[in-house]
Ligand binder design. Structure first.
Ligand code: KIV
Length: 266
């Protein structure tokens, strides 16, 4: 299978072929997602919550994101790899934003970056696009804005809020973003935005009318028990399987069943 690129996104929208995307943070799971022919692997800053055990994504650093992106990029044969810009890697200045974005492509093997925000980051999007760094924007519930939003809440429920998100979508498209994540917004609003912009929308908690979907890997595989958002669908229960395997191992060691003769050398 040929590598998925930013250029394919527009064609997929025109052809009505949905884009599948999932988060990945390390080599073994990226290998699985790539083998499953998922189109895009997002090395999300959700790594802070589902891998590092943090309460939110704010403490995640550039160095950590590059470290995880490298592992994922090594595994991805056909999937496109997108690196997520962590909190405060792009807000302070446009120059710093472009330099940090460039590191994902130059040092970690990503083919694009993702950034949370709408019109407030249009200058960053334009500057990165000029520097040949493809940008996926992300509006609606943006987890890095947890303190402004007062929690992980559905956005765009009022007419004014919906109107603002429509404008944000147009602003990021105009600035040069090649795709747009819509997180936790009403189904009808996601449908309106998807019809309004010519770049593909990738939904997460935004209903079925987006041009593609993204979920957090650990939610899909049943590996993150602490909290499962309403919009996530669990396709496996790896936590139960892993727990059983580990308990069986402990039990066999304690009973002297493992290792047996067959696991030893003569
Ligand atoms: O960090 C992340 O994993 C994300 C996705 C959930 C869209 O931003």
């Amino acid at each position: 299978m040929a590598k998925v690129t930013a250029r394919d996104f527009l064609r997929r929208k025109v052809e009505g072929r949905k884009i599948s995307m999932i988060t990945a943070y390390d080599y073994p799971f990226a290998l699985l997602a790539d083998e499953a022919e998922i189109d895009v692997l997002l090395v999300g800053d959700s790594v802070g919550m589902v891998v590092q055990g943090l309460d939110n994504t704010l403490p995640v650093t550039m160095e950590e994101m590059l470290y995880h992106t490298r592992m994922v990029a090594r595994a991805a044969k056909s999937a496109m790899v997108i690196g997520d810009m962590p909190f405060m890697s792009y807000q302070a200045s446009i120059e710093e934003a472009v330099r940090n974005a460039g590191r994902f492509l130059k040092e970690a093997g990503a083919a694009a970056i993702k950034m949370e925000g709408g019109s407030e980051i249009r200058e960053q999007i334009a500057a990165m696009t000029r520097a040949d760094i493809p940008v996926m924007a992300h509006i609606g519930l943006t987890p890095q804005a947890i303190h402004r939003m007062g929690g992980y809440k559905v956005q765009g429920r009022t007419e004014a809020g919906a109107e603002r998100l429509l404008q944000e979508a147009c602003a990021v498209e105009e600035a040069g973003a090649f795709a747009l994540i819509l997180e936790a917004i009403p189904v009808d609003l996601a449908k309106r935005i998807t019809a309004q912009v010519s770049i593909p929308t990738i939904g997460i908690g935004a209903g079925p009318y987006c041009d593609g979907q993204v979920l957090v890997l650990h939610d899909v595989l049943g590996l993150f028990a602490r909290f499962t958002p309403k919009f996530a669908k669990r396709y496996a229960n790896l936590k139960e399987d892993a727990l059983k395997a580990l308990r069986d191992y402990r039990d066999e060691v304690q009973r002297g069943v493992f290792p047996s003769e067959e696991h030893g050398f003569r």
